[in-house]
Design a protein around this ligand. Structure first.
Ligand code: GLU
Length: 402
């Protein structure tokens, strides 16, 4: 490539999304006629509930939805999100604080674009969702990881967070229920982070997209409810994808202090303008309708959770703690490294290579821990059909043990 053809440092320094890469490879293999079982992307296998689809179908017939609408979101949806926040999180927000985004991912991206100057640091509890550090880097920021292992339910300690703080620390991410670990953080952990952030003037970015997916009596702690004083420095990120089986509809949101919300709207005005109106109308039905369908899906996820954790722990060299949230099982497979396994009795030095071979030879897609700052682990999304789950686990066991 000639010099003039070189792309920007900004894009060259960003890693591709590993979750989407595994998912698209698995889907491409399926399209080529290979029977692959996909535990890759966290994508609910259920159809979007019928009333939501009906709202979209009605919206598509209504010419008012064919036009540009306000960049920050349809006023009815911003109001519905404010109402839903009171219902679920237990505190009031004004619709002017709500910005509707193209999926939760755009809300993540915008948060850092709005808050960070070159060199500002963001503390990222690790294991982390794969796009957080890349979104920080795209804004000129520096990701600072703070690791916590299974022995601590993957919850960062305040001592470790404080040790990572410097004069450049601008923000910290909170993500509970957590992707990739499935951990639901204890109220004390969430409260301590809020108190620490208040004391040290650090923004808090709370990604609450798995809020309704809790099991075994675990409950989501909403940081803005637990410590009301943090709300003036809090950005809450959320979306309809995981809760209502709507990943392809691309509706997320940010709730932030009004000045921050206005800045997000300004940015969006140059990036994407309004989110697709049909999807926004569907989202109004989703967030203001009953949660019954959500609880039904949660019950199904719960059964799969128990099945997959038992199946993983039944495989030699795999150790999977029981997650109590989201729809991910995060298994420690370090015992499988550096010894011959798989169809060709290959020795794998890391989980990236192991996951690639598991897909190529075993036809089972999982995301390697490297994508989440946690080498030695594999992440399995159990938002797939029950039969596929059982078959995928059978294949993996056979691939490893036989
Ligand atoms: N958030 C989901 C996951 O972690 C979907 C893929 C992505 O956007 O990362 O698998």
């Amino acid at each position: 490539m000639a010099d003039w053809q070189t792309l920007s440092d900004r894009i060259n320094h960003v890693a591709p999304s590993a979750t989407l890469a595994v998912d698209s490879k698995a889907k491409a293999m399926k399209a080529a006629g290979i029977d692959v079982i996909g535990f890759g992307a966290g994508e609910p296998n259920f159809p979007t509930p019928a009333p939501i689809v009906a709202a979209a179908a009605a919206a598509v017939q209504d010419p008012k939805n064919y036009r540009y609408t306000p960049t920050a979101g349809l006023p009815e949806l911003r109001q519905a999100i404010a109402d839903k926040t009171l219902r679920d999180s237990g505190y009031e927000v004004d619709p002017s604080q709500v910005i509707v985004t193209n999926g939760g991912k755009q809300a993540v991206y915008e948060s850092f674009q709005i808050l960070l100057n070159e060199g500002d640091e963001v503390i990222i509890p690790t294991p982390y969702w794969t796009s957080y550090p890349e979104a920080v880097k795209l804004a000129g920021g520096v990701p600072v990881t703070v690791f916590a292992g299974a022995d601590r339910n993957f919850e960062p300690s305040i001592e470790a967070i404080e040790a990572a703080r410097t004069e450049h620390t601008k923000a910290i991410i909170v993500n509970t229920p957590n992707n990739p670990t499935g951990a639901v953080w204890k109220p004390e952990t969430v409260k301590a982070i809020a108190q620490w952030a208040i004391e040290h003037h650090v923004w808090v970015i709370s990604d609450e997209i798995y809020e309704h997916l809790n099991y075994d009596g675990a409950k989501t702690t909403y940081i803005g409810a637990a410590v009301p004083e943090v709300r003036s420095q809090l950005l809450v990120l959320n979306g309809v994808a995981k809760t209502y089986a709507m990943p392809g509809w691309r509706v997320g949101w940010m709730i932030a202090p009004v000045d921050v919300a206005k800045a997000a709207s300004k940015l969006q005005g140059h990036m994407t303008s309004n989110v697709n109106n049909i999807s926004q109308r569907a989202a109004i039905e989703a967030v203001s309708g009953s949660l019954d369908a959500v609880y039904e899906m949660r019950a199904a996820f719960d059964k799969r959770r128990q099945t997959i954790v038992a199946a993983l722990n039944d495989i030699e060299g795999v150790n999977c703690p029981t997650p109590t949230g989201a729809f991910y099982a995060f298994a420690d497979v370090t015992a499988l490294l550096n010894k011959p396994i798989g169809t060709n009795k290959t020795t794998f030095a890391n989980t990236s290579e192991l996951a690639a071979a598991l897909l190529d030879e075993g036809h089972v897609a999982a995301v390697p821990g490297e994508a989440f700052g946690a080498p030695g682990y594999l992440r399995f999304s159990y938002a797939l059909a029950d039969d596929d789950l059982v078959e995928g686990m059978r294949r993996m066991k056979r691939w490893i043990e036989d």
